[in-house]
Design a protein. Structure first.
Length: 393
C-alpha cells in the first residue's frame, strides 16, 4: 500500500498512453480473447440464499488516498500518488444477497454486517502487478475469463467502498481476486459534496493509470467496469479523452460498462456518452426516480442528471437504459447493488453479453426498460420532463 508513482510519473504515463492507445491503456495480451457464454445458455440466476459459512473476499485496489499509520488503511485525504494493494472483506455466515448487513442483523445473526478484515501491502506498481497475476485464477472459460473494475461515488470512505466492491463481487460470483476497485479520495461526509466534485476531477489521471495497470494484470481477460454515482464523471472523461486522442482500433476494448446512478450532467452525457460505444461491447445506464442523492445534485446544479428520472434523461442510440422502480425506500441510491433483478441483469451481462429482463417485473416501451412496475408518484424525487435524444454519430 506504499506509494507507487508520484504525480510526475502518473502524468508522464498518462500523456504517453493517451498518445498511443485507447483510452490511455496498453496491454500485452497473453491469452486469446475470452468470449461470453452463448445466449442460448439461458438466464443465469443469482445464488439468493444466505451464505452457509463465513469467508474473506479479496478486492485488488488502487487509491489516491493518504495511507493511515501502521498499515491501518486509508484516510479521506488526497495524496499525490497511487497506492496499490489488496483488501480482504469478511462476508459473514447468513449474508443476504444485495445487503451490506445491519446492526440488528448482526445481533440477531440474520444478516450480519460485512467488515474489512485486513490489508495486504505492496511497495510498487510492479509488485501489485505481480500480486494480481499470481492471484488471478487460470482462465478456463467465460465464467472466470474476466475482471471487474468498480469506481465508487461521493460520500464514501475507503472501507465503505471496499465493502460495496466485495458485496458485489461475492453476490455476482466474481472469482476471488478478479474484483478491482479504484478509490479516489472522497470525503465520507455528506456535506462535502463540492470537495468531492473537485477531487473526482483531480482523480482522472490516476484512474487512467489504474486502468492501464489492470489491463496489464488482466492479460487478455475481459475488463468490465461498474461506475457508481460521481465516479461516472471520472470514467466518462477518461474514456472520452482516450477516444479523442487516437482512433479506437489501437486500444483495449472493454466488455460491459455499467453506469449506475450517474451523477453526470444530461447534456454532457449526450456529448460524450457516444464514446462508450467505441470501446465497450455493451453499455447500460441504470437510473431511478427515487434516487435522493442524484436528485439533490440535480437541484444543486439546476439541471437534470443522468441517474435520476421517471424516464431516461437522455437516450444515446446504442446505449441501454433501465429505469428501476425498485426499491422506493430512502435514499434509493445503491439499488443497482441491492435489488435482485438488477444484480441478475448485471451478472448475465458480464457472463453472456445478454441482459436478463424476462418476467412480469420487466417492461419495454418507448426505447427503454423499466423494472418494478409503475413508479410510486408520492415518492418520486425527480421527474423526467423531456428525454434528450441526440442524433447517432
Amino acid at each position: 500500500m506504499k506509494r507507487g508513482w508520484g504525480l510526475g510519473g502518473v502524468l508522464t504515463s498518462a500523456l504517453l498512453l493517451a498518445a498511443c492507445t485507447l483510452p490511455g491503456v496498453t496491454t500485452d495480451k497473453t491469452l486469446s480473447a475470452v468470449g461470453y457464454l452463448p445466449p442460448t445458455t439461458g438466464e443465469i440466476p443469482l445464488k439468493t440464499g444466505p451464505t452457509a459459512q463465513t469467508f474473506d473476499y479479496p478486492v485488488m485496489f488502487g487509491t489516491t488516498r493518504k495511507a493511515l499509520p501502521a498499515g491501518a488503511g486509508f484516510s479521506d485525504d488526497r495524496d499525490e500518488a497511487l497506492h496499490y494493494g489488496r483488501v480482504f472483506v469478511t462476508i459473514p455466515k447468513n449474508h443476504r444477497t444485495g445487503s451490506l448487513g445491519s446492526t440488528l442483523g448482526t445481533v440477531m445473526g440474520t444478516d450480519p454486517k460485512l467488515t474489512v478484515s485486513r490489508f495486504e501491502s505492496v511497495q510498487s506498481e510492479a509488485q501489485f502487478l505481480a500480486l494480481a497475476q499470481r492471484a488471478l485464477q487460470p482462465v478456463t472459460g467465460p465464467e472466470n475469463g474476466y475482471v471487474v473494475v468498480f469506481i465508487h461515488g461521493y460520500n464514501n470512505s475507503f472501507n465503505a467502498a471496499a465493502l460495496r466492491a466485495a458485496q458485489l463481487g461475492a453476490d455476482l460470483d466474481i472469482p476471488a481476486n478478479n474484483m478491482f476497485m479504484f478509490s479516489w479520495a472522497a470525503r465520507s461526509d455528506v456535506i462535502k459534496y463540492t470537495f468531492d466534485e473537485a477531487t473526482v476531477d483531480a482523480s482522472e489521471v490516476y484512474f487512467r493509470s489504474f486502468l492501464n495497470t489492470v489491463a496489464q494484470a488482466a492479460h487478455g481477460r475481459k475488463i468490465h467496469i461498474v461506475a457508481h454515482s460521481m465516479g461516472n464523471r471520472a470514467l466518462l472523461r477518461v474514456i472520452a479523452s482516450g477516444v479523442n486522442a487516437v482512433s479506437s482500433d489501437r486500444g483495449i476494448r472493454f466488455g460491459q460498462i455499467i453506469l449506475a446512478a450517474a451523477d453526470v450532467d444530461r447534456d454532457l452525457f449526450a456529448q460524450l456518452g457516444p464514446n462508450y460505444l467505441k470501446v465497450a461491447d455493451r453499455t447500460t445506464v441504470y437510473l431511478s426516480p427515487y434516487d435522493f442523492a442524484v436528485a439533490a445534485s440535480s437541484h444543486v446544479h439546476d439541471y437534470p442528471r443522468v441517474g435520476c428520472g421517471t424516464a431516461p434523461q437522455v437516450i444515446v442510440p446504442g446505449i441501454d437504459n433501465v429505469v428501476s422502480n425498485l426499491p422506493d425506500d430512502f435514499p434509493s441510491h445503491a439499488y443497482f447493488a441491492e435489488t435482485l433483478p438488477l444484480l441478475t441483469d448485471i451478472k448475465n451481462l458480464m457472463l453472456r453479453n445478454t441482459p436478463a429482463r424476462s418476467g412480469d417485473k420487466w417492461r419495454w416501451a418507448n426505447g427503454y426498460w423499466t423494472v418494478g412496475g409503475d413508479a410510486n408518484s408520492a415518492k418520486v424525487v425527480c421527474r423526467t420532463r423531456n428525454t434528450l435524444m441526440p442524433a447517432a454519430r
